[in-house]
Write a protein that binds this ligand. Structure first.
Ligand code: ADE
Length: 267
């Protein structure tokens, strides 16, 4: 599962981030790890990814990894033995990792957590499946339990890819432009301002004039305001958690007067 890498003089000896996936379906990660930003980071040896399958540690001819829940109820629960053995085998091979169990019952993963996880040298993402995973895995192994949102997936694999991408793109050198992660949604509790590219008119819709003006100071103010307006309209909860500064309040009230006069369209 570790991708073959092309030799190059500029490749670092040690990856900036070593990711260990514990999953019953390693093939779910194949195209994700070969493609785009994460694929490039692996190719350039900035990120290393390995996957260990609990099924390889399951006993018996059928290598059964699940069983019915104590106390009754629907579905099957992942047994602790094969998962524990997979975690321990991976760490014996590659060293202790910060272990994250993926579960809809975890704390919510967000940009702040992505920034925290990028500081870990080794990160282990433990993917549950079926109806759940024996609670002793969380008790005995997990340093954290994370959910990617308030919905239930069939397993932790998709959640793990979300976390890998959100974390990997924060590693210096993974994104082309050093500033790209600074000026974006959630970084300051605000959604990102809208963006446009050529052509200047598309299906009768024009790019806002200020962006064609070449006036960088005006563009910066306009973007800040659009970011605030968008946050207010789509994610008012972010404004409660990160209340507008005096500057932002002035910006908002100043424009609402202008907006009434010119009746600008809503973003
Ligand atoms: N497994 C199933 N649903 C999940 C979710 N929302 N987040 C993380 N892991 C999950």
């Amino acid at each position: 599962m570790i991708r073959p890498t092309k030799p190059s003089a500029i490749q670092p000896v040690e990856p900036a981030l070593d990711i260990e996936l514990i999953s019953l379906f390693p093939e779910m990660f194949d195209s994700f790890l070969r493609t785009s930003l994460v694929g490039k980071a692996i190719e350039n040896r900035i990120v290393r990814v390995a996957c260990t399958n609990p099924r390889d540690f399951a006993p018996g001819r059928h290598r059964q990894v699940d069983d019915s829940p104590y106390g009754g109820g629907p579905g099957m629960i992942l047994r602790p033995g094969p998962v524990a053995d997979a975690i321990e085998a991976a760490e014996k091979e590659r060293g202790r990792a910060h272990r994250v169990l993926l579960s809809p019952a975890g704390r919510l993963f967000d940009q702040a957590l992505a920034k925290e996880l990028v500081g870990r040298k080794r990160l282990m993402l433990i993917c549950g499946r079926y109806e759940g995973i024996d609670e002793r895995i969380a008790e005995l192994f997990a340093d954290d339990v994370l959910s990617i949102g308030d919905y239930v997936l069939a397993g932790g694999e998709v959640a793990a890819t979300v976390i890998v991408e959100a974390v990997a793109r924060l590693i210096p050198g993974v994104l082309g432009c050093a500033e790209s992660t600074e000026d974006e949604s959630f970084t300051a509790g605000r959604l990102e301002y809208p963006q446009w590219t050529r052509p200047p008119v598309f299906r009768e819709r024009s790019v806002p004039e200020v962006l064609l003006s070449g006036n960088h100071a005006q563009v910066a103010v306009w973007r800040r305001l659009e970011s605030l307006r968008r946050t207010q309209a789509r994610r008012p909860d972010l404004l409660v958690r990160h209340p507008p500064s005096e500057d932002e309040q002035a910006l908002l009230s100043g424009t609402s007067r202008k907006r009434r006069k010119k009746s600008l369209p809503q973003t």
